[in-house]
Design a protein around this ligand. Structure first.
Ligand SMILES: [Zn+2]
Length: 287
């Protein structure tokens, strides 16, 4: 099951208590999912749009107490007479249905069930509504703007798209639509992703430090080999000759480990100081 269909499954059971909210969601489904009937009178909600058609019939039976839903023309007339605004799918939802906050949330729900998708949050954040006209995209965009949701518009394959890319804004959207279980699931994934990013950063940082240590050690060995071949280790003062021999014998040891091998042992900074003297000597031999 995709996250998108999980959200829609949850929204199927989110139904506004008040009749005004139910009408707003009905109208939204008609305008986002409705198709004009072939006869020219009324419209159908295509059964392929499973979530939209299921919610549509649930709302219809609740709102109008309709038992049989076979006659779509009758539904359309009924919707008209009950002022769902214009029940023609070619129009946008009547603004009078969207005056209340609760009704605008119901509208967003119907629109998402009809033409919305949201990406798997493990892969990225993207929620979008496919609209049927630029006017409808404008209406939806304005409603989202009213809620402070940073929405964007685009045209894809002749469809007007309204989309949201920010994880935070998608959380807000799920809240507005009433998909609270999905919201919790999304938040959990967001937290895990955030923790994962921190762990990745730390691992990268440690790897960089290890690489730095190895590079420094191999540079020290190179310098000591250069001295050995062009000057001779035997000519070095004892304290430098000792550390040079220990370094060559232990190419991967840390400075602290090298110091412990020496007899008597030498601290990390003492080891560092002696190795630096060797490097300076190698540099002066090279020039
Ligand atoms: Zn309402």
């Amino acid at each position: 099951m995709s996250f998108s269909s999980d959200v829609k499954d949850e929204l199927l059971s989110v139904i506004g208590q008040a009749r005004h909210c139910q009408l707003a969601e009905l109208a939204s489904i008609v305008h986002f999912a409705g198709k004009k009937s072939k006869t020219g009178a009324g419209f159908d909600i295509p059964v392929e749009n499973e979530h939209a058609s299921r919610k549509y019939f649930t709302l219809l039976t609740k709102t109008f107490n309709i038992k049989s839903v076979s006659d779509t023309v009758a539904q359309a007339l009924k919707l008209n007479t009950d002022t769902v605004g214009n029940a023609d799918p070619d129009y946008v939802t009547d603004a009078r249905l969207l005056l209340k906050d609760c009704c605008r949330r119901a509208y967003l729900r119907g629109a998402f069930l009809s033409g919305g998708t949201v990406s798997d949050p493990n892969k990225g954040y993207h929620l979008e509504y496919v609209c049927r006209s630029p006017e409808q995209a404008r209406q939806l965009y304005d409603i989202l703007l009213g809620y402070g949701i940073p929405a964007h518009t685009a045209v894809r394959k002749n469809h007007d798209i309204v989309y949201i890319k920010e994880g935070e804004a998608i959380v807000d959207m799920l809240n507005l639509m009433g998909a609270h279980t999905s919201l919790m699931n999304l938040e959990n994934i967001r937290i895990l992703r955030e923790v994962g990013n921190t762990v990745n950063r730390r691992v990268n940082c440690e790897a960089a430090n290890i690489a730095k240590t190895i590079n420094a050690a191999s540079k020290q060995s190179e310098d000591i080999e250069y001295i050995r071949d062009h000057y001779g280790l035997a000519r070095l003062p004892d304290r430098l000759r000792e550390i040079a021999e220990v370094r060559l014998a232990n190419p991967e040891a840390s400075l602290k480990e090298l110091g412990e091998i020496l007899d008597p042992p030498v601290g990390k900074s003492g080891v560092n100081h002696r190795l630096r003297s060797l490097s300076e000597l190698a540099d002066s031999l090279r020039t």
